[in-house]
Design a protein around this ligand. Structure first.
Ligand code: SF4
Ligand code: SF4
Length: 406
């Protein structure tokens, strides 16, 4: 379990920062603002000042902390190993405790809705209504959305309203391995049904018995990063019960990273790495198959929390017809960051733009990413820019190849 740090704990952790500034060039918000308070070092000083009673809580202080993506690029760059994620989660727990009760109740209900399978299903239904009733076109045509906070919801909703992308199974191979428990998460059920179906297909093709444990739920990451560690811990405990006796495999890198913080779920595997490290039947090139250029987007959770930058590339190397290119600037967050894309729409959109510009230049027909929020955020930006680039989970490319052969 992840205990709630006290003010004394926060001050002690913050004290490990030697103010060297080596993290600053790695911080996406500092890169935009060039303001110390928007840097990791500045945020650490703010948290320490508040924890030691030298600084009052204020809207300005709250904004500097809220602008942090928790991408952990700073933590990775820090030579003295300041655990920035623990510090920021602890600071957010302190901010949560200072909220008036009505705001705590409202925000807790909203997070519970987002994290529930019902919430995900309902969001998808409402999103389809919004899109196909013509309301979305009316709203977009009005021009009222530009940089408005509602624009983020509009963009996200359009991605949730896409048609289901579930492929027919390529045929069950004899079950010789497993069982595997596939972790479905919350929003991924509505946003990435194609990635879930593809994962089941590929695992079965490799001979695994695949189970979808019914008692599983949200990993709790959203709650932890909003300052609700006890709610987050309860969700981890629920998942630990659901996955008892199973090897857990997840398709979203952020969820896998969160699950791994709980010792009973510490062995949870990220699906690209899991598949990449298996023995595979040789996949021969197919005659006359054109080369497909695929851009690889690297979520911060894959890079800075799982510390496994090569998983998608190692997996996709199996397919002989792919030309893999890393998205330039992969070291910087795309701005999705859980619910950040809803809560900080302007910053989030600004951080996304370089990725969209690079995609426009790269000439890739597909961009792959291992995290659900990043996939939605990229797809929205691509759609707005009018690019013909498909956003997929890497496993979907493998499943497509198998389906084409079957
Ligand atoms: S977690 Fe990311 S956004 Fe937050 S301070 Fe560190 S590098 Fe900057
Ligand atoms: S790199 Fe580490 S020690 Fe240096 S300023 Fe950043 S957080 Fe502090």
């Amino acid at each position: 379990m992840n205990a709630i740090p006290t003010a004394v704990d926060l001050a002690r952790i913050a004290d490990r920062c030697v103010r060297c500034g080596l993290c600053l060039p790695h911080c996406p918000t500092y890169r935009l603002a060039r303001n110390e308070a928007e840097s990791p070092r500045g945020r650490i000083a703010l948290i320490q000042g508040r924890a030691e009673g030298h600084l009052e809580d204020s809207p300005v202080l709250g904004d500097h902390l809220a602008h942090c993506l928790e991408c952990l690029a700073c933590e990775r760059a820090c030579p003295t190993l300041v655990p920035f994620g623990i510090l920021m989660d602890g600071a957010r727990a302190a901010s949560w405790a200072a909220k008036p009760p009505w705001r705590r109740n409202r925000d807790r209900a909203w997070l519970a809705f987002l994290a529930s399978p019902t919430g995900a299903r309902l969001s998808a239904v409402l999103a389809r209504l919004y899109r196909y009733s013509g309301l979305a076109r009316l709203v977009a045509g009005s021009g009222a959305l530009r940089w408005h906070p509602l624009a983020a919801r509009h963009r996200l909703v359009l991605q949730l309203a896409g048609p289901p992308r579930i492929n027919p199974p390529p045929g069950q191979t004899e079950t010789t391995r497993g069982p595997i428990g596939l972790f479905l998460g919350c929003i991924a059920r509505a946003a990435q049904p194609g990635a879930i179906a593809a994962s089941v297909e590929v695992l079965r093709w490799l001979g695994y018995e695949v189970r979808l444990p019914p008692g599983q739920g949200c990993c709790g990451g959203m709650h932890r990063h909003h300052g609700l560690p006890q709610d987050a811990d309860r969700r981890l405990e629920t998942n630990a019960r659901a996955f008892t006796g199973l090897t857990g495999v997840g398709i979203a890198s952020a969820c896998v990273a969160e699950l791994r913080t709980h010792p009973p779920l510490g062995e949870t595997q990220e699906i690209c790495r899991f598949l990449a490290d298996l023995d595979w039947p040789i996949i021969p090139p197919q005659p006359h198959q054109p080369l497909l250029r695929v851009a690889i987007h690297l979520p911060c959770s894959q890079r800075n929390r799982l510390r496994d930058e090569g998983a998608a590339r190692d997996l996709l190397r199996r397919l002989p017809h792919l030309e893999l290119v890393d998205l330039p600037d992969n070291a910087f967050c795309c701005g999705a960051a859980g619910t950040y894309l809803l809560e900080q729409p302007t910053l989030s959109r600004t951080l996304l733009q370089p990725k969209i510009d690079h995609l426009a230049q790269l000439g890739a027909r597909v961009v792959v990413t291992t995290n659900t929020g990043c996939a939605l955020h990229l797809a929205a930006g691509i759609q707005e820019a009018g690019l013909a680039v498909e956003v997929l989970h890497p496993v979907q490319l493998i499943a497509r190849y198998l389906n084409r052969r079957s």
